[in-house]
Ligand binder design. Structure first.
Ligand SMILES: [Zn+2]
Ligand SMILES: [Zn+2]
Length: 402
């Protein structure tokens, strides 16, 4: 039995800060959280936080790559590289996210994720909670930075084969595509968290998807419909879009790419004020350029993914007319939200941990500092920089990013 006490920390709980907290963990599970110091046996290890914040480990439901690898490379090596890279930024659980690609590429990715998930150990970095089947079922006019040859409408046969692997936990499909209803029904049967993204859907199409279990929209404001884009597709009268649907329906959640490059502060704060910390997730949507110098990289598979350019702050589609996802980790998103919005620190952290855990059905095991959950922690400096990372109680080695 291994016992570890995290002490001399300010614990970030879902609803408040607990100063001078003591968090006792046994075999990687949280046993108690209190201000009183428990009596220690001689065999209890002590982690002295020196006054730092003890945050729950971050949970990323939308992430593509890092440090040169993309999940769509489809190898176990690539999987581990990305999971380790994001653990350096405080992420302790993630959902490897597919993009557009051939069925063979997607199957390779699902197989690699399954193999690495089975071989769970701290040295592999962030744990894989399941795959986010994100591409290829995007709308043609909202494909964004992804390679459009790999985009298509879902067929029952193709989807069934992905779901049969048993590792898909989040499922995205544009609501207006032929076959979307069957996709949602199948995803619901497999108890996936269902989302609509890269879509030009109207309110009625969203309402239909909602009845089939869809509850979330990927990267708010990016590659999604608005009133005028729906008007371009369906004419008058002007109709509600994904935007109104997410803002108008209480149980819809969404996510923001809070890297400071995709969305200005007023939009980040608007999303927070409209949806609140229980319905807004922070995601990185990070590509393989994380922690690499500026340059040209592929989004998606290294064989045939579309090219983008990293300027060291964000990814750009060729010609620099539109963005091609972020190149930073979750710690950056947390600092940006803390700086740019009216959310309190517990609210910011909730959006990067407990809220994504609740939405995807893993909150009994992780997502907050509470008795019975895994000891997934990030020690954060007062400036919210990552100091130390623990996954299931085991420490990851962290290299400083300055
Ligand atoms: Zn996207
Ligand atoms: Zn993405």
């Amino acid at each position: 039995m291994s016992r570890t006490l995290f002490t001399n920390v300010t614990a970030i709980l879902p609803d408040r800060l607990m100063e001078e907290a003591n968090v006792l963990c046994v075999d990687g599970i949280i046993m108690s959280v209190s201000r009183r110091k428990p009596r220690l046996g001689a065999d209890t290890g002590v982690v002295d936080g020196h006054g730092a914040y003890l945050s729950p480990g971050f949970i990323d439901i939308h992430v593509h790559g890092g440090v040169g690898a993309d999940f769509m490379d489809g190898t176990e090596d690539a999987m581990r590289t990305v999971c380790r890279a994001h653990a350096q930024h405080g992420t302790t659980t993630l959902f490897p996210t597919t993009t557009t690609g051939s069925p063979e590429q997607i199957h390779a990715m699902l197989d690699a994720a399954k193999a690495v998930q089975k071989d769970q150990q701290a040295a592999n970095g962030a744990r894989i909670a399941g795959v986010h089947l994100y591409g290829p079922f995007f709308a043609e006019d909202k494909v964004g930075c992804h390679s459009s040859e790999g985009r298509r409408s879902p067929t029952a046969e193709e989807c069934r084969r992905y779901f049969d692997k048993g590792i898909v936990r989040i499922a995205t499909c544009a609501a207006e595509l032929p076959g979307a209803a069957d996709f949602y029904r199948e995803a619901r049967r497999r108890k996936c968290f269902i989302t609509c993204g890269h879509s030009n859907a109207s309110w009625p199409e969203m309402a239909g998807a909602f009845r089939l279990g869809m509850r979330h929209v990927d990267h708010f404001w990016c590659a999604m419909s608005n009133v005028s884009s729906v008007r371009g597709r369906l004419g008058v009268p002007m109709r509600g879009s994904m935007l109104e649907f997410v803002l108008g329906i209480a149980d819809m959640s969404t996510e923001v790419i809070a890297d400071g490059c995709h969305l200005a502060p007023e939009l980040l704060d608007f999303a927070f004020r409209m949806k609140g910390a229980h319905r807004l997730c922070l995601v990185t949507d990070c590509n393989r350029a994380l922690d690499l110098p500026p340059g040209t990289y592929r989004f998606g598979s290294n064989d045939d993914g579309s090219w983008f350019e990293s300027d060291g702050r964000v990814g750009w589609a060729p010609g620099r007319t539109s963005l091609a996802s972020s190149i930073v980790g979750m710690d950056h998103m947390v600092r940006q939200m803390a700086r740019d919005t009216t959310a309190t620190l517990p609210e910011v952290i909730r959006m990067a941990s407990l809220t994504p855990a609740e939405r995807t059905g893993i909150s009994a095991k992780t997502g907050s500092i509470a008795k019975g959950k895994r000891a997934d922690f990030v020690l954060l400096s007062r400036k919210l920089r990552v100091k130390r990372v623990f996954i299931g109680g085991e420490e990851m080695e962290v290299v400083s990013h300055g």
